[in-house]
Design a protein around this ligand. Structure first.
Ligand SMILES: [Zn+2]
Ligand SMILES: [Zn+2]
Length: 314
């Protein structure tokens, strides 16, 4: 009879308890800054939260030798003034084997020079147009380098005003600036030809991003590049030499600065992967850590940070 019917789940609850149960749970606090708000409007919810936490939330770590260091929450976006320099240094570090091998290339059969190109194109700030532009660049560079195994490096850098600006380091058979202007009739092309040993300095320029002053515009550029690879390498010259240089450069360090760098999945150069954070003074991993706490709290001596044990080192 009635026993087979499910009991009313609200039968024993007061009206106010029911009201609480029926109130939708808000997942995230509403974004505070105009940039976070804009990212939220674009549907990039987690980027919006990360943007608001960047530089404001920290975790404190303590190693077995009682050194304390802080690890800030970062949004890891290249359109963030606080994060851009670090992202650039990490990329420069990852590309250092390529730079080392190309800048020391002495084989007379290999190119003695490279061309550094800035391509300015009036491409609207949206994903569709950026990915079409990127694909057409790759096609045209493959054509320029047809039959040559040399390495070409392309970087989609971002916007200056209304122009999409792409910096390219072209390491191939020498080409006159006119060759590039003919290859890219829809872009304004600036070309500089230099000797191989200057490649390092130009790689640094290649990875220097122009960040708009307007934070809402920063959010729009982030959205435009969201999910797109921001740089790519074409060509396979000197692969063995570059692999050997990587082996030597990346395995010899027990340097904590190096160990703290994020690594990248080779399949997707824009997907950062976190490595465990190590003490910047002794290189040991943390034995205690706080949860995420507001930056303001660690400046207040009345509230010592809540420490949690994380692991034990031998
Ligand atoms: Zn940031
Ligand atoms: Zn330490």
């Amino acid at each position: 009879m009635l026993a087979s019917q499910p009991a009313d789940p609200f039968a024993t609850l007061s009206p106010s308890q029911i009201a609480i149960l029926l109130t939708p749970v808000s997942c995230d606090p509403p974004p505070a800054s105009p940039k976070a708000s804009r990212l939220h409007d674009h549907g990039l919810t987690s980027k919006s939260v990360a943007c608001d936490e960047c530089g404001k939330i920290v975790t404190l770590n303590r190693c077995a030798k009682s050194h304390v260091w802080r690890q800030g929450r970062s949004c890891n976006e290249r359109m963030c003034k606080a994060c851009a320099a670090r992202i650039r240094n990490e990329r420069l570090y990852k590309l250092s084997p390529v730079i080392e091998v190309l800048s020391a290339a002495r084989d007379p059969l290999l190119p003695r020079t490279f061309t550094f190109l800035s391509l300015y194109s009036p491409v609207p700030c949206d994903r569709q147009h950026i990915s079409e532009w990127s694909a057409s660049l790759s096609r045209r560079f493959r054509k320029l380098a047809a039959g040559s195994p040399h390495r070409i490096y392309i970087h989609l850098s971002g916007y200056i005003g209304d122009n999409l600006v792409t910096y390219v380091l072209y390491w191939g058979t020498e080409h006159s600036p006119d060759t590039f202007r003919r290859a890219f009739p829809d872009a304004m092309v600036h070309a500089t030809c230099r000797e191989n040993d200057q490649i390092g300095a130009y790689f640094e320029d290649l990875l220097r991003y122009t960040i708009p002053h307007d934070t809402v515009r920063q959010a729009d550029v982030e959205f435009a590049f969201h999910g797109l690879r921001q740089y790519k390498v074409l060509g396979t010259a000197l692969e063995d030499e570059i692999a050997a240089a990587s082996e030597r450069l990346f395995t010899m360090h027990e340097n904590p600065i190096v160990n703290n760098l994020t690594t990248t999945d080779p399949g997707d150069p824009d997907a950062p992967k976190k490595r465990p954070c190590r003490c910047p003074r002794c290189g040991l991993p943390p034995v205690e850590t706080t949860g995420p706490i507001p930056y303001a709290m660690i400046l207040d001596p009345k509230h010592p940070p809540p420490w949690h044990k994380v692991n034990r080192t031998g």
